[in-house]
Design a protein around this ligand. Structure first.
Ligand code: NAD
Length: 468
């Protein structure tokens, strides 16, 4: 496909890096008034350009307008509202009680200082929120930022590039477009924080580049997020919620349920419930439904086709159809997949749901624990013991009981992975924290009485041994 996106050249990249650094050094972005105004401007950008943004997302992913509003624009506006409401509270010095040794004439505070000149590299699947979400954190914290949208969602990157300078201060917030080459150029520079969203392979490149300058990092990655289903769960409700999570954005969601763990006894009931759920969501032929998104490009379409054709085990019980011209892959469920099947190697990132048979909850837990820590873990059960056993015995970035995806929409919860699914958090105050350095600051007086009280620390130690 010919690119409609103009990539920046090396001179432009260097100019953006230098501008971001110089602006931060000048203190321009620190005043709360400035931060507040920029946040309001970003809110206006979204509000006044909803149609243009939805149009770009439609071109990139054939996303229905409602899905863009639900998955991208409402979360962006909510994050901005939250930051505007709490900015003063988040940014103010936090007093701490001094220890006994510092009791007299001492004030201890954590100063909330902006990390500095930051780089935000975002991914294509939610191109607006994954760019603006971290940007909100950077603005609120008082940082400058260079944003590198994903070149894969090129219409969205274009709309961001056109709109951002019209609303935000271009001395502080700049957009650079490009692919691996341009990002590598950006990464050769010294940043005060790098916020990366994307896959784990590129994350290792980012981490290596950050290590040169010992730059701090937030890594928002992915993984194979399991859904464990209690055989006594309400299958109708569980299936509808899994179907929603698996096909929102055609499954191209970092926290989409990747696979299901279910007992042989519950499997037929669950499959029937999934059939009903998909019919309710997308009708008899999802290809004709305007609510069902498409695979982002040929490369990802062929990647998914390859896993579908190379899988050695299981039985396609729902879907299985695809159409290359339309980048369409039907909502697909494959039952009784082997634990070491090709389908179980990498994050699927598409509307294909393998089901693995387990003997019981212990077997499910053991399987989950034999793999990398996922970004999300889903458990469906009304039995508290079952739920607690799963939560107590597994690890994941986040966990959600009896639904999918919705924990991400909860701004008061931190969002991030653990181990291979990521490092660091954001959303709500956590976004502010990601771009903030808590500077431990002790302020003492020069009062001779305080000085006398501290005399014991000075040599010569003539007053005998201190007792512990
Ligand atoms: P992508 O292809 O858009 O890549 C992400 C960014 O990395 C882009 O800006 C791209 O230009 C840059 N990049 C690519 N190759 C590079 C290289 N060699 N050097 C430097 N930069 C490079 O997105 P993707 O990686 O396909 O995204 C999908 C992955 O991201 C999935 O694993 C998904 O789970 C994960 N993801 C995580 C989150 C989260 O918030 N945790 C959100 C969305 C996606």
């Amino acid at each position: 496909m010919t690119s409609i996106l103009k990539y920046h050249n090396e001179t432009e990249i260097q100019q953006a890096v230098d501008t971001s650094r110089q602006t931060f050094r000048s203190g321009y972005t620190r005043p709360l008034k400035f931060r507040r105004h920029q946040l309001q401007q970003l809110w206006r950008l979204v509000d006044e350009n909803t149609d243009a943004i939805c149009d770009a997302l439609y071109k990139d992913l054939r996303k229905h307008k409602n899905e863009t509003i639900l998955g991208e624009l409402i979360p962006t506006k909510e994050e901005i509202n939250d930051a505007l409401e709490h900015l003063e509270e988040w940014a103010k010095d936090e007093k701490v009680t001094p220890a006994l040794v510092n009791k007299v004439g001492v004030t201890c505070v954590k100063r909330k200082e902006p990390k500095g000149s930051t780089l935000i590299i975002s991914a294509w699947n939610y191109p607006i929120f994954l760019s603006f979400g971290p940007l909100i954190g950077a603005i609120a914290a008082g940082c400058t930022a260079v944003l590198k949208p994903s070149e894969v969602a090129q219409h969205s990157a274009k709309v961001i590039t056109e709109l951002l300078p019209r609303y935000l201060d271009s001395k502080a917030f700049l957009v650079i477009n490009g692919a691996a080459h341009e990002t590598t150029k950006l990464l050769e520079n010294k940043w005060d924080h790098i916020f990366y969203t994307g896959n784990g392979t590129v994350a290792k490149i980012i981490m290596k580049a950050a290590s040169v300058h010992l730059t701090s990092l937030t890594l928002e990655l992915g993984g194979k997020s399991p859904a464990i289903i209690d055989e006594n769960a309400n299958m109708t409700v569980a299936a509808k919620r899994i179907a929603f999570g698996k096909t929102f954005n055609a499954g191209q969601t970092c926290v989409a349920p990747d696979y299901v763990l279910v007992t042989p006894k519950a499997e037929p009931k669950f499959v029937e419930a999934m059939k009903t759920a998909y019919k309710e969501l997308y009708g008899a032929n999802p290809q004709t439904s305007d609510s069902y998104a498409r695979i982002v490009n040929n490369r990802h379409y062929h990647r998914l086709q390859k896993v579908l054709t190379e899988n050695q085990s299981g039985e396609v019980v729902i879907g299985g159809q695809s159409d290359e011209k339309d980048l369409y892959i039907a909502p697909t469920v494959i039952a009784n997949v082997d634990r070491d099947d090709k389908l179980m190697e990498d994050e699927l990132f598409g509307p294909i749901l393998p089901m693995i048979r387990v003997n019981d909850v212990d077997d499910a837990i053991e399987y989950v624990n034999s793999r990398d820590d996922p970004l999300a873990l889903y458990v469906f059960s009304s039995n508290k013991k079952f739920v607690n056993k799963v939560l107590d015995s597994t690890r994941s970035g986040g966990a959600l009981v009896n639904d999918t995806l919705m924990h991400v929409a909860e701004g008061n919860l931190p969002f991030g992975g653990t181990g291979p699914s990521g490092m660091g958090n954001y959303h709500g105050k956590h976004s502010f924290d990601a771009f903030t350095h808590e500077r431990a600051t002790m302020i003492k007086d020069l009062n001779p009485i305080s000085e006398a009280l501290m005399a014991v620390r000075y040599a010569p130690y003539t007053n005998g041994n201190l007792k512990l």
